[in-house]
Ligand binder design. Structure first.
Ligand SMILES: Cc1cc2nc3c(=O)[nH]c(=O)nc-3n(C[C@H](O)[C@H](O)[C@H](O)COP(=O)(O)OP(=O)(O)OC[C@H]3O[C@@H](n4cnc5c(N)ncnc54)[C@H](O)[C@@H]3O)c2cc1C
Length: 367
């Protein structure tokens, strides 16, 4: 049987970043992924936004790792020629009732250490983005966009250069506890013994924890899948900033926003609704909800709005539930030493990925 020191499960952006950060200091880092290549799930089905960190509660992991991660990701992109643009974003209040929430957002962002936040008037907003309707806006200069596929490709290259070993088409189906370490069994009949396991399995990270024997119900680690769809328009090409409404007050999502990609193409979304199956088909019946949300901040001919794509969020927060933070923990406390879980890595997980990897490296170095 193959013996490995550190086994990382899942080659989304988080697992790739973790394998890369550990490969320098540890000889034997193996990453296994059930698909035939990296980033087949949430990491390539998102808004590709480098978030600033304005939304999350002060002192939460989401706030801390988003602010740290954004700086790390800009640096990494610069050093490894990953296409990105710090285009900035505007959060727009479209009626007087929304202004207090905009002020709260600015204050929250400042408490989280986000620099350069500025409240601007409707006229100033109009100068920056003539198409956008607002009565006041929060300008967030540190927000940006990145080519996530090229980011993951660059992290994979770096990880392999540093000696990490990546194995695709390797689906973990069960995990046995040994006297020291774990035996991980794969769908193809192979098994590995691992001293340390790092669970970065995204939408299935709760199931991987359960395979090891962790009681995910008792520990409130069950994931709730929350779908987010996008619609696109090809006829508008003159928007330079990302445009966001005020976030959903229940904290489920950031509101149906306008993002641009590196080619200047425009998408709206994602919306948010809980689902029970992993199905990436689009439900076009939500188009009217999109139009209702979008028309508050931009005039749009309904006929030019066409379905694009979707992703699914791995949320710890159930429908109607309270805010839940990222869960990143070494599980000695639950009787599973050297087993590290990353569960509930929803947005801003892309932005935070390199900071999550640094945090996990700190945990592993202390084991
Ligand atoms: C609609 C949407 C929009 C978003 N927008 C943004 C954004 O703009 N900015 C931002 O910062 N974040 C955003 N996010 C969040 C971000 O995309 C995620 O937090 C991040 O991609 C999570 O990465 P991951 O590596 O944890 O998960 P994933 O990318 O899902 O990777 C997990 C991997 O584990 C593998 N795996 C699962 N089970 C097994 C198994 N049994 N054996 C082996 N491998 C397994 C999967 O195949 C997968 O490749 C968004 C998310 C969604 C859904």
């Amino acid at each position: 049987m193959e013996r490995v020191d550190i086994l990382v499960i899942g080659a989304g952006v988080v697992g790739l970043a973790v394998a890369n950060s550990l490969a320098d200091d540890f000889d034997d880092v193996v990453l296994v992924e059930k698909e035939e290549t990296f980033g087949r799930h949430t990491s390539s089905r998102n808004s590709e936004v480098i978030h600033s960190g304005i939304y999350y509660p002060e002192n939460s992991l989401k706030a801390e790792l988003c602010v740290e991660g954004a700086a790390l990701i800009y640096k990494f992109a610069e050093e490894h020629d990953v296409p990105y643009r710090k285009c900035g974003k505007l959060v727009v209040a479209t009626c007087e009732d929304e202004v207090p929430a905009l002020l709260d957002l600015k204050q929250n962002g400042e408490q989280n250490g986000v620099l350069g936040l500025e409240l601007i008037s409707s006229e100033e907003c109009n100068q920056l983005e003539p198409r956008i309707k607002s009565i006041k806006a929060l300008k967030v200069p540190s927000t940006g966009i990145i080519d996530t596929h090229k980011l993951m490709q660059a992290i994979e290259n770096e990880a392999e250069k540093r000696g990490a070993f990546l194995v695709y088409d390797m689906e973990v189906i069960s995990i046995d506890t040994l006297d020291e370490g774990y035996q991980v069994n794969f769908a193809n009949g192979e098994s590995f013994e691992a001293r340390i396991i790092i669970n970065c399995a995204g939408l299935h990270s709760d199931k991987i924890a359960e395979m090891a024997g962790i009681n995910i119900r008792r520990n409130k680690l069950q994931l709730h899948w929350c779908k987010g769809e996008y619609f696109k328009v090809s006829k508008i090409k003159d928007i330079k900033h990302l445009i966001y409404p005020l976030p959903d007050p229940k904290g489920i999502f950031l509101g149906i926003h306008l993002t641009i990609n590196l080619l200047g193409e425009i998408r709206f979304g994602p919306n948010a609704y809980y689902v029970n199956e992993l199905n990436y088909s689009m439900d076009e019946s939500y188009k009217q909800d999109f139009l209702d949300a979008i028309c508050k901040y931009i005039e749009l001919d309904p006929d030019i709005l066409i379905p694009d794509d979707c992703g699914i969020r791995p949320k710890l927060q159930p429908a109607g539930g309270e805010f839940r933070d990222f869960y990143i923990q070494e599980e000695s406390v639950h009787g599973f030493p050297d087993f590290i879980n990353c569960i509930g890595i929803e947005s801003p997980g892309l932005t935070a990925s390199l900071a999550i990897a640094d945090k996990i490296k700190d945990i592993v170095e202390k084991l």
